[in-house]
Write a protein that binds this ligand. Structure first.
Ligand code: FE
Ligand code: FE
Ligand code: ZN
Length: 277
């Protein structure tokens, strides 16, 4: 069965997200660990977290894919911004322990003209200070569109980070279909070629989750504008190949399309209908 869900609002708490996911036929979901613009998170309600853990187990959910605030930048040229990202991620990882066995995805960052090499050093140093032995969360690097000075627009850049993290078993990659297509990986005409390139550079075993989004822009435009499934430059035929691909079909798929809940519910029905039985 296709494991699919969408990005949900965390304002109603953990259990509420699980119930909302069930109501739209999802068996995974994503959420921001706190306000996406950063800032402090309200103290964690451990009973609410426990209630979600039971709901996930009772309903056979696939791993969830939490998302770090997208404004965090572990490789900023400003020390206070790097420190803020470090402290926030450390606290998020501590909180994720209350819903063990799930994923925490983040954008590697923007190097702000310091260059990829320097950025990779800062990102991996930070991860080495954040990850701890015996943690129950896998931290995912997201493939990026390569907009501006974004790190992670190529598989090689992700590999450079992974190579320098000591607890590499705690790390994986989340592939965003809009981002990789925007970055110049042709998942529409050569999905097999892109996945074998991923395997050659990173190792396919590191691929843990998919952000399934269409793109408003043409191939390799480095813009990062998500579109609803089937309405963009990737299109339903390519999505049918993606959800059925033997290397992808068992991963959690997360929708981050410009939608309300009802639109997500329709996309889940659509994508499930593309699965060959
Ligand atoms: Fe993201
Ligand atoms: Fe994404
Ligand atoms: Zn994006």
């Amino acid at each position: 069965m296709l494991h699919i869900g969408c990005h949900l609002s965390a304002t109603g708490g953990f259990l509420n997200m699980g119930e909302t996911a069930l109501s739209i036929g999802a068996d995974t979901f994503a959420f921001f660990t706190r306000n996406p613009r950063g800032g402090s998170a309200k103290e964690l309600d451990t009973e609410d977290a426990g209630a979600l853990v039971r709901l996930l187990k009772d309903n056979g959910f696939a791993p969830l894919v939490a998302h770090a605030p997208y404004t965090l930048n572990l490789c900023s040229d400003k020390e206070n911004i790097r420190t803020f990202a470090f402290e926030t991620m450390k606290d998020d990882i501590r909180r994720m322990e209350y819903i063990p066995g799930n994923y925490y995805n983040f954008h590697p960052g923007s190097h702000m003209k310091q260059g990829v090499e320097a950025a990779v050093g800062m990102i991996s140093d930070a991860l080495n200070g954040i990850l701890f032995d015996g943690m129950h969360t896998t931290v995912l690097l997201e493939t990026m569109a390569g907009k501006g000075s974004e790190v992670g627009g190529s598989f090689e850049e992700l590999r450079m980070i992974l190579d320098r993290v000591a607890l590499s078993d705690c790390m994986g990659v989340c592939l965003d279909t809009c981002h990789v297509y925007d970055a110049g990986y042709d998942i529409v005409n050569d999905l097999d070629g892109v996945l074998s390139e991923f395997d050659r550079v990173i190792g396919i075993g590191k691929l843990r989750a998919i952000h399934i989004n269409d793109s408003k822009n043409p191939f390799a435009s480095h813009k990062d504008r998500h579109e609803c499934i089937g309405s963009g430059s990737i299109g339903n035929e390519a999505f049918a190949r993606i959800v059925n691909h033997p290397l992808l079909k068992d991963l959690p798929f997360i929708l981050e399309t410009p939608n309300e809940l009802s639109g997500y519910a329709e996309e889940i029905v659509l994508l499930r209908s593309l699965v060959n039985n």
